[in-house]
Design a protein around this ligand. Structure first.
Ligand code: 4NP
Length: 173
């Protein structure tokens, strides 16, 4: 049922002239700024910048103003991506400002659902892994903060797949 409702929302957005997407994780220094960078790169390579607004935020405020974690910037740069976002906390106005609000894991999702001011606002929340097409044992984007290099690489692999599917789902042929 939940999935059916999000399919309808995605079909409507695919027909819209402009789409705004907000990626959300906990600290806004690893997963969500990386998702922002990965999707922006896909949008840029397709010359679709005028159609997309892309941003990211964290449910926590521990890192407000910070650049992405140095390890995430290094791993992203190895894939040709420069991450320049400065961290900010998610706010209620984001539910007015964005068409889609995309949490990385179940904890981020619960936080957003509690924050959503209306059912219409809550319907903008679609988990990142709903867009996953690759074979993986994960049903969330795992927090790499306390992991080694392979944690950051895993996040970037999952984001490459999910962002690509997000882009094609919302881009009319
Ligand atoms: P993120 O990772 O949610 O992907 O940005 C984290 C970054 C910082 C912390 C936790 C997760 N922290 O506890 O400071």
């Amino acid at each position: 049922m939940q999935k059916h409702r999000s399919d309808k929302r995605l079909a409507e957005l695919a027909a819209a002239p402009h789409i705004s997407v907000l990626f959300v994780c906990l600290g806004n220094i690893c997963r969500s700024p990386a998702a922002e960078g990965v999707l922006r790169d896909i949008v840029d390579r397709n010359g679709a910048q005028d159609r997309w607004t892309i941003d990211s935020a964290g449910t926590g405020d521990y890192h407000t103003g910070d650049l992405p974690d140095r390890r995430m910037r290094v791993h992203a740069r190895m894939r040709g991506l420069e991450l320049t976002h400065h961290a900010r906390q998610v706010r209620e106005a984001d539910f007015d400002d964005f068409d889609l609000i995309i949490p990385m894991d179940a904890s981020n999702e619960r936080h957003l659902r509690r924050m959503a001011p209306t059912p219409e606002a809550e319907s903008k929340i679609i988990p990142m892994m709903d867009f996953c097409t690759m074979a993986t044992c994960y049903d969330y984007v795992p927090d790499p903060y306390y992991e080694g290099s392979e944690g950051f690489e895993l996040v970037l692999d999952l984001l490459a797949d999910t962002c690509s599917n997000l882009y094609t789902t919302l881009t009319p042929r």
